[in-house]
Design a protein around this ligand. Structure first.
Ligand SMILES: Nc1ncnc2c1ncn2[C@@H]1O[C@H](COP(=O)(O)OP(=O)(O)O)[C@@H](O)[C@H]1O
Ligand SMILES: [Mg+2]
Length: 347
């Protein structure tokens, strides 16, 4: 079922924390809401769930205006970072909670609890108490509880933030599997973690202080970000301040080939190049500088190179004989791997 924000504005004590949000999550789609802390992600989710009332704008679920409906009438499942399980209830009773509140007949409750525990791999733990479970298992129970009501949409607010890195990647795969098994359930997934967003989402909505900055598929936002904020938030990025030249751009006195579209000659702009597309050694668009840092990352080396006062990152395949701090090096990148962005905070 689709979720639609129609110019939704939310204010707390007169301060706007969500500014005219327009966004549609298609039926069965996973949309990540990605942005730094305080950008308004949780507020957007709460507006869908009905826990906060928009100052203006409407929220639609499957085409129905639900702005004035109370939360329990919206058919929504919600999972939050802190699990929020009832400590005195067994797993099965935690999962049954929303069904009992909805006065579901007992036989129906039993079946749906079993189904939700099965889906989340927790069927063997129905009689346990939350304190007898690991963090990852508790979060599975929280997901089972959200699924038990057979929600039309699932809202997830940083559901993996409380887990350690290893558990997080396992749970990420679990969520992807869950989505495959529930292809009709739309998911709005709030996170500040770009890896989670890139891994799980069909599309990513990038939030920046109360506003939607960009929305697109992970590939679109990674390959062709529209601005510096999106470029740096979705994947690592070299953002080079440049001036548009007759052919290509000028970066600190070096001419570089790049598609400048219809940008005016002499205009300031930012050239975005992903670190893994920067090569070491001679090639097109060569720039020279001095190594300031080098990190071994297993399969790759990350080089930090000072070029005319700017730091440029290059992720290259593991080097047998890596350069050392202070060594002069030449870097290059293919003209088609660079994206020209409007001048932002760097210019
Ligand atoms: N209940 C509230 N009362 C007042 N201000 C709030 C409340 N909830 C959130 N805020 C403020 O709204 C802004 C957005 O918060 P939030 O939506 O939680 O951001 P995010 O989830 O992206 O970190 C923040 O500045 C936060 O301090
Ligand atoms: Mg939040």
């Amino acid at each position: 079922m689709s979720i639609r924000f129609d110019s939704v504005t939310v204010a707390y004590d007169g301060r706007v924390v969500l500014d005219s949000l327009d966004l549609t999550v298609e039926p069965g789609e996973v949309m990540a809401l990605l942005g730094p802390s305080g950008s308004g992600k949780t507020t957007a989710l709460r507006a869908v769930a009905g826990f906060v009332r928009p100052a203006s704008g409407r929220v639609y679920l499957g085409g129905e205006d639900v702005t004035d409906l109370p939360p329990y009438r919206r058919g929504i499942g919600m999972v939050v970072q802190s699990y929020a399980l009832f400590p005195h209830l067994r797993v099965e009773d935690n999962v049954a909670f929303g069904l009992k509140a909805r006065r579901t007949p007992r036989a129906g409750i039993r079946q749906r609890v079993a189904e939700a525990l099965e889906l989340t791999g927790m069927a063997g733990h129905a009689r346990r108490y939350p304190r007898e479970l690991s963090g990852g298992q508790q979060q599975r129970v929280a997901i089972a509880r959200a699924l038990a009501i057979r929600p039309r949409v699932l809202l997830l607010d940083e559901p993996l933030s409380a887990l350690d890195a290893r558990l997080r990647s396992g749970m990420l795969a679990e969520l992807a599997r869950l989505h495959r098994e529930l292809p009709d359930v739309s998911m709005l997934y709030v996170t500040h973690d770009q890896i989670e967003a890139l891994t799980l989402a069909d599309r990513i909505a990038v939030m920046d202080t109360a506003r939607l900055r960009a929305c697109g598929t992970p590939r679109e936002l990674y390959r062709a970000p529209a601005d510096e904020f999106t470029a740096s938030f979705v994947g690592g990025a070299n953002l080079l301040p440049v001036t548009v030249a007759a052919r290509g751009v000028d970066f600190a006195g070096t001419g570089l080939e790049a598609d400048t579209g219809d940008a005016a000659v002499g205009a300031r702009a930012t050239l975005c190049v992903r670190p893994h597309l920067v090569g070491l050694g001679e090639g097109p668009n060569r720039i020279s500088g001095t190594v300031t840092d080098i990190q071994w990352r297993g399969a790759t080396h990350r080089l930090y190179v000072r070029v005319a006062g700017h730091s440029v990152m290059a992720d290259v395949r593991e080097l047998k004989d890596p350069p050392a701090h202070g060594d002069p090096v030449t870097l290059h990148f293919a003209p088609e791997d660079a994206v020209l962005l409007p001048a932002g905070v760097l210019a």
